[in-house]
Write a protein that binds this ligand. Structure first.
Ligand code: AKG
Length: 262
């Protein structure tokens, strides 16, 4: 393991620990100010210390698996989304403002996602993780695609936000409201990234337009908050959705279909 600067905003630099297998920065970071007239960073003072809650594991999937995932996605329609993105969403229908959720139209996850869903069980910080949403977001530089700083919903989406990053490297920006602190998190192609703790609950996350340098797809997978899980007051609804949150069966091959008169 070695220490790298995790990048800087105008006046700050954050350090993280990096290893060739990925990195986990749920440890304490030090953000240091730099001298006013110098281009060198100087450890003049510790401005804040936080436990970020970012887990990144490189090479979570192979190139062949990546190609299979993308082929599976391309066989289904994309829907225009905000800020130049396109999306494919596999989840129950949710009205975040009214705090209402409907399980009826949810049909589970596409067959091509089985490898990824099964492999989540190998990640130690994802123990007991039960996926209930899978959202594919496509970003193209030619569309100026990006995602603005935001918090994921706190009512229905649980502690751990999981993304598998396909087709190109990108960078997450973790920012605080009314502050110029920005922690830049490198997100390599084919890695898995998990945001939790302060990175999920305190920091907003975003991807700048300038950090989409090539075609990119992120598969984001979410879990429920405790009220929707066993023992919670919304489990009556959570259970209906969890029961449906499985991999869809593959359709039977065409030659199994009997045409009339044959
Ligand atoms: O594309 C990504 O990796 C991030 C997606 C995201 O932040 C979101 O869907 O809320």
């Amino acid at each position: 393991m070695f220490v790298i600067p995790f990048f800087c905003s105008k006046n700050h630099l954050t350090y993280g620990i990096f290893s060739s297998a990925g990195y986990e920065c749920s440890f304490t970071h030090r953000i240091v100010a730099r001298g006013n007239n110098s281009k060198q960073f100087e450890s003049v003072s510790i401005l804040c210390i936080f436990s970020a809650g970012v887990f990144v594991q490189a090479d979570f999937i192979s190139s062949d698996e990546e190609a299979e995932l993308v082929a599976g996605m391309e066989a289904e329609p994309w829907v225009e989304s905000q800020s130049g993105r396109r999306k494919q969403d596999f989840c129950p229908k949710i009205n975040f403002k009214k705090k209402k959720v409907k399980a009826d139209a949810f049909q589970g996850f596409p067959a091509y996602s089985k490898t990824v869903m099964d492999r989540l069980k190998t990640i130690s910080c994802l123990s007991e993780f039960q996926p209930v949403e899978m959202c594919n977001l496509e970003y193209l530089p030619s569309r100026g695609a990006s995602i603005d700083p935001h918090h994921d919903d706190f009512w229905i989406w649980g502690e751990r936000l999981v993304t598998v990053n396909l087709l190109s490297d990108t960078v997450y920006s973790l920012t605080l409201r009314d502050s110029d602190i920005c922690v830049k998190v490198p997100v390599p192609q084919r890695c898995i990234v998990v945001l939790y703790g302060e990175a999920r609950n305190v920091y907003m996350h975003s991807i700048s337009r300038s950090d989409i340098t090539s075609h990119r797809i992120g598969i984001t997978i979410r879990e429920f908050t405790p009220p929707f899980l066993e023992g919670g007051e919304l489990y009556f609804m959570g259970k209906r959705i969890l029961d449906k949150a499985t991999i869809r069966e593959l359709s039977p091959p065409d030659n199994d279909i009997q045409l009339p008169g044959h």
